[in-house]
Design a protein around this ligand. Structure first.
Ligand SMILES: [Cu+2]
Ligand SMILES: [Zn+2]
Length: 201
């Protein structure tokens, strides 16, 4: 009888242990699943947010040139960073601007209109007291292999904000064969438009 009681007692304790272990395991699993769902959600939201503030475009040849390029714009904490690589130019200095329309359809690139100038200021060197257009990025150098790398950062642009004096979406990038003299009006006498890229998402 004593042995039977002991056996039953051991059995009950064992069962209770199994039940409690199972319960605990289940709870752990539920928490983990929720954590995973939350982290996946957060990552997806972050990705969407980042995608809104990053834009990559390509440049297509104009005026029978072979000049191509790629540009990435990234906006972080109110600063737009532009990183560009242009290929196929002669060694030297060349102008690059934002022009007012995202329309690269014409063979001469003139479908993009004039320099983007929402402040109706004179053409000039970026930051000049005398004035400059919001599209006056300036000149960049190309090496003997015809490659030019450009980096530019400003808080005077934005990617898709409501301020039309800052929003560069819907405009175009134009690379010129010549150099911007920063004084000739209205566009710095930079010569023909040899590459074009619409700034659109
Ligand atoms: Cu231009
Ligand atoms: Zn200009």
């Amino acid at each position: 009888m004593k042995t039977l009681k002991t056996t039953i007692l051991i059995g009950v304790i064992g069962l209770a242990t199994i039940v409690s272990c199972k319960k605990e395991k289940k709870e752990v699993e539920v928490i983990k699943k929720e954590d995973i769902i939350e982290s996946v959600k957060a990552a997806a939201e972050e990705k969407i947010e980042k995608a809104k503030k990053k834009l990559s475009i390509t440049l297509e040849p104009k005026n029978d040139s072979n000049i191509t390029g790629s540009i990435t714009f990234t906006e972080t904490e109110g600063i737009v960073n532009m990183v560009a690589e242009v290929k196929g130019l002669a060694e030297g200095e060349h102008a690059i601007h934002i022009h007012e329309k995202a329309d690269c359809s014409s063979a001469d690139g003139k479908s993009t209109g004039g320099h983007w100038n929402p402040g109706l200021t004179p053409h000039g060197k970026w930051g000049a007291k005398e004035g400059y257009h919001k599209g006056d990025i300036g000149n960049f150098k190309t090496d003997a292999s015809g490659i030019g790398n450009i980096t530019f950062a400003t808080n005077e642009w934005c990617l898709g904000c409501d301020d039309e004096k800052k929003n560069i979406i819907g405009k175009a990038i134009i690379v010129h064969q010549g150099t911007d003299d920063f004084t000739s009006q209205p566009s710095g006498a930079a010569g023909s438009r040899v590459s074009c890229g619409a700034i659109i998402q």
